[in-house]
Design a binder for this molecule. Structure first.
Ligand code: NAD
Length: 503
């Protein structure tokens, strides 16, 4: 096996960033961070508690009420956002190196995610400058217009899969809108997030606009969710965590956006371009180590091509290159953390009694340490199986046959989740009919997962609440105040204008 690559100049510790300063926790508490290839602690990070969140929210509040950021012209904010994008692009290789080291994502894919993070800032810089709001005229009587304003301090809580990119996904629209923010990144993967402070400072973001508190979800995350000075929470993570946060937001009626788990179907009809469908359904579940919310982790295949599909799919899966995440030839790297590895391996073992194992099924040979799982394919998986119903979030796929469009739709919808769906057919009527009926927030028809940043992003059912993406993100971080203005004489019923006793 290739020698384990450890980046040069790793930080000696990871701190919070509050009001423009790098600081330790008030309590001095820290936690250990492991890398997923050696599973050894390589750094300690500040473990934020309620008092650290209080400080971060106070700094963000000050920057919001006293600082220039919310009141800047959109063009001025966009300039800063574009500088952030430039800086992210300029250090994309370093970012990818750190992300790969911390998460176990293959380096080529981590590089793509770093570039996507830059694109998020550019996109929202453009969008906020182009932003127009509605005006409604009542001829001769009134003109009514929408005054859009940033809501305040946004609480951003993010997961460990593609952490830097997912952070950018919330930071860019929040900052573009004029909000100030407190980010609580995932505790498994705080390394790339520690670069934001320098990037933002160099781009000219005023101190206090961006604040970061590291720590565990139940401590730092919970304090942020419950903080009275934070009017909205954007959360990406597991469905069960989302449910808890939803309950905790109720006390102060916070605005919420929830991007949660998935168990997305990829449906392959007999008339599909089989070669393209196989390429896409392999990439759909094995890219990003399968640690992908929109992974097509259930493949439904029409009976007429089922045997051929399973055989060709499994042959390719067995051929996937699993190895050191820093090796550019690697297609599947190491799972993020030993706890997650145990969870995924539990499903791999369970799958052996629920389906027919065609590929993988354990640790790949030659990789005796590190969180490596061989790309694993189960066929003949019934819809009652747990590996059909539950999000595994690793390189594991369940394949199930179907005999009719109606059965395919019933199978696709027969889970609690509804994030994405992928459809492969050469019959456009069937494709559109299926796409419009499937319970999924996002559908790709004869395409793998490529996202147009202008389109809505979000899930239905247990996969989320609300949509982000394009203008919807700006809507989430802003309040649309309606202002009504009279033109000409005001026609108001004149209460109290008639003297009592007169009629
Ligand atoms: P997670 O829910 O365990 O953690 C996500 C974040 O929430 C972390 O920062 C964590 O510290 C924090 N958190 C945990 N408990 C909290 C609490 N009580 N209060 C406040 N914050 C708390 O999720 P994860 O394991 O980090 O990420 C994987 C999950 O994220 C998968 O289910 C995946 O599908 C989902 N995901 C969804 C999308 C999407 O857009 N729909 C995108 C990526 C990941």
């Amino acid at each position: 096996m290739a020698e384990h690559h450890v980046p040069e100049d790793l930080p000696s510790k990871i701190q919070h960033y509050i009001g423009g300063e790098l600081v330790d926790s008030v309590s001095g508490k820290t936690f250990d961070v492991l890398d997923p290839v050696s599973n050894q602690t390589y750094v300690t990070a500040a473990a934020g508690q309620a008092e650290d969140v209080d400080r971060a929210v106070a700094a963000a509040r000050r920057a919001f009420t006293e600082g220039p950021w919310p009141g800047l012209l959109p063009r001025a904010r966009a300039r800063v956002l574009n500088k952030i994008a430039d800086a992210v692009e300029a250090q994309d290789k370093r970012l990818a190196e750190l992300e790969t080291f911390d998460t176990g994502l293959p380096i080529t894919q981590a590089l793509g995610q770093a570039q996507r993070a830059a694109e998020n800032f550019r996109f929202f810089a453009d969008l906020v400058v182009a932003q127009a709001d509605d005006t409604y005229r009542v001829p001769g009587r009134q003109v009514n217009y929408v005054h859009r304003k940033p809501i305040g301090v946004a609480g951003l809580i993010t997961p460990w899969n593609t952490p830097f990119m997912l952070e950018s996904w919330k930071l860019a629209p929040a900052l573009a809108s004029g909000c100030t923010v407190v980010l609580k990144p995932a505790e498994f993967t705080p390394l790339s997030a520690s670069l934001w402070a320098g990037i933002f400072r160099d781009a000219g973001l005023p101190d206090g606009v961006f604040n970061l508190v590291n720590g565990f979800g139940e401590e730092a995350g919970d304090a942020l969710v419950k903080h009275p000075g934070v009017p909205l929470i954007s959360f990406t993570g597991e469905t069960t965590t989302g449910q808890l946060i939803y309950r905790n937001c109720a006390a102060s009626l916070k605005g919420m956006s929830m991007e949660l788990g998935g168990k997305s179907p990829a449906v392959v009809f007999a008339d599909a371009d089989l070669e393209a469908a196989i390429d896409s359904t392999l990439f759909g579940v094995f890219s990003l180590n399968g640690e992908r919310c929109t992974a097509g982790s259930r493949i439904l295949v029409e009976r007429a091509i089922y045997d051929e599909f399973c055989q060709r799919y499994a042959d390719r899966a067995r051929n996937i290159v699993v190895g050191d995440p820093h090796d550019p030839a690697t297609e599947v790297g190491a799972l993020v953390h030993p706890e997650h590895y145990e969870k995924v391996m539990g499903y791999v073992e369970l799958g052996k009694s629920e389906g027919r194992l065609l590929a993988g099924g354990g640790r790949p040979s030659g990789l005796d340490t590190g969180n490596y799982v061989a790309p694993t394919v189960f066929a003949d998986v019934p819809p009652t199986a747990r590996i059909f119903q539950e999000e595994i979030f690793g390189p594991v796929v369940a394949i199930t046959p179907f005999d009719s469009d109606a059965e395919a739709l019933a199978l696709a919808n027969d889970v609690k989740y509804g994030l994405a769906a992928y459809i492969w057919t050469s019959d456009l009527t069937r494709g559109h009919t299926f796409a419009q009926s499937v319970e999924a927030g996002m559908v790709w028809l004869n395409s793998h997962n490529v996202r147009d940043l202008r389109t809505p992003f979000g899930g239905v059912k247990a996969s989320g609440l609300g949509h982000e993406g394009g203008y919807r993100s700006l809507d989430f971080y802003t309040d649309q105040q309606a202002i009504h203005v009279s033109l000409g004489p005001v026609h108001t019923a004149r209460f109290g204008s008639v003297q009592k006793g007169q009629s």
